[in-house]
Design a protein around this ligand. Structure first.
Ligand SMILES: [Zn+2]
Length: 302
C-alpha cells in the first residue's frame, strides 16, 4: 500500500472539551488569554466567557470614540462591542448581571457606589456563577490571580467569586437549586501580563531601533521572580495574535487603535513571546507541570 505524503499535520481536534473564562468587564476577554481562546475555539472546543459586570462605569479610553452620544448609551454600546468580540473569537458569552464598581479614583479612595459588584455578598455572586458552571459544564476554568491582575475592585471580586464557584459547583450540598452538580477539573489564573514578557518585548523593540511602549512601566515595576515562577503553563498561540487584535479592536470605546496595545509589531511578538501564560492552581486530574496546554490530562466527553 502506498502511503500518500501529507503536507500538513492533522489539526488538533478539541471536540468534546469545554473551557470557561470568568472576566470582570467586557473587553477583559480580549485583553487576557484571547489568542489561546481563539485557538481552542478554532480547534473545536466550546469556549464560554462569563462577564461579571456590564462595564457601565468604564471610561472611554479611545479619543476617537469620546463623544456625548456614545457616553449616553455606554451600556448598550459595550454590549454591542462584546457581541462583536465574541463572534470574532468564535465563542459564546453570558452576563452574570452585576453592575461595574468603577475605578475608585482619589487618595483616600472613595467608597464603592451602592449596589455595585464589589459590594454584592460573595454567596450571592457565587450562586449565580455556580449556575453558569453547572449549565455549561466546563472541564477547565480560568480567572484572575488574587491580586486581580490589576487591583480593580471588580477584578479582585471576580477572582474571589470564581475560586468559590470552582469549589462549590461540584458539591450537591451547595446551592442545590442552581442545577446539577458539575466539578470542573482544572482551575487556572491568567499570567500573561508578566514582567519578563514585557522586558523581552521592550528589549526586542530597542534592538530593532523602535520605540518601546514599556520604558516607563518597566522602571516602576520591580522584578518579582517568585511571582513569575508561579507560571506553570505556556500555551503557544502566536498564530492567533491577529484574531486577538481584531477582538480587542471590537471594543472600540476601550481600545485606542493608535495606543500601546498595537505599538509592538505582531511579527515581533510572535517571534519573541509566542505564548499566553497561566498558573495551574487546582487540578482534579493527574497533571505534570510545566505544560503547554490548558486541557492537558483532560479526557473529552464522548
Ligand atoms: Zn476589567
Amino acid at each position: 500500500m502506498v502511503r500518500m505524503p501529507t503536507s500538513h499535520a492533522p489539526a488538533t481536534d478539541r471536540s468534546g472539551l469545554r473551557l470557561m473564562h470568568v472576566h470582570a468587564h467586557p473587553d477583559d476577554e480580549s485583553s487576557k488569554g484571547a489568542a489561546s481562546t481563539a485557538m481552542y475555539a478554532a480547534q473545536g472546543a466550546q469556549v464560554r466567557v462569563v462577564t461579571c459586570t456590564g462595564g457601565e462605569r468604564g471610561s472611554i479610553l479611545n479619543p476617537k470614540m469620546d463623544r456625548p452620544e456614545i457616553l449616553a448609551n455606554i451600556t448598550e454600546v459595550r454590549r454591542q462591542e462584546m457581541e462583536r468580540a465574541r463572534d470574532i473569537l468564535g465563542i459564546t458569552q453570558s452576563w452574570l448581571g452585576f453592575v461595574d464598581s468603577g475605578w475608585p479614583d482619589g487618595d483616600p479612595k472613595p467608597p464603592l457606589p451602592e449596589g455595585c459588584f464589589g459590594l454584592v455578598p460573595l454567596e450571592e455572586a457565587t450562586e449565580r456563577l455556580v449556575r453558569e458552571v453547572r449549565a455549561f459544564r466546563p472541564h477547565v476554568m480560568t480567572t484572575y490571580d488574587e491580586r486581580g491582575g490589576y487591583p480593580h475592585p471588580d477584578h479582585i471580586r471576580c477572582h474571589e467569586v470564581s475560586v468559590a464557584a470552582f469549589a462549590a459547583a461540584g458539591d450537591p450540598d451547595r446551592f442545590p437549586d442552581a442545577g446539577e452538580p458539575w466539578q470542573p477539573l482544572k482551575l487556572y489564573y491568567h499570567h500573561s501580563f508578566n514582567r519578563p514578557r514585557m522586558q523581552a518585548l521592550h528589549d526586542a523593540m530597542l534592538e530593532h531601533g523602535l520605540e518601546s511602549p514599556w520604558a516607563e512601566r518597566l522602571k516602576e515595576w520591580k522584578p518579582e521572580p517568585e511571582w513569575d515562577d508561579r507560571i506553570t503553563t505556556r500555551v503557544p498561540c502566536g498564530d492567533y495574535f491577529g484574531v486577538r487584535d481584531q477582538a480587542l479592536l471590537a471594543h472600540a470605546t476601550q481600545i485606542d487603535p493608535d495606543g500601546f496595545w498595537f505599538a509592538i509589531p505582531r511579527e515581533l511578538q510572535q517571534e519573541v513571546w509566542p505564548t499566553e501564560d497561566f498558573e495551574l492552581v487546582e487540578s482534579h486530574v493527574p497533571s505534570s507541570v510545566p505544560e503547554d496546554d490548558l486541557f492537558a490530562g483532560v479526557t473529552p466527553d464522548a
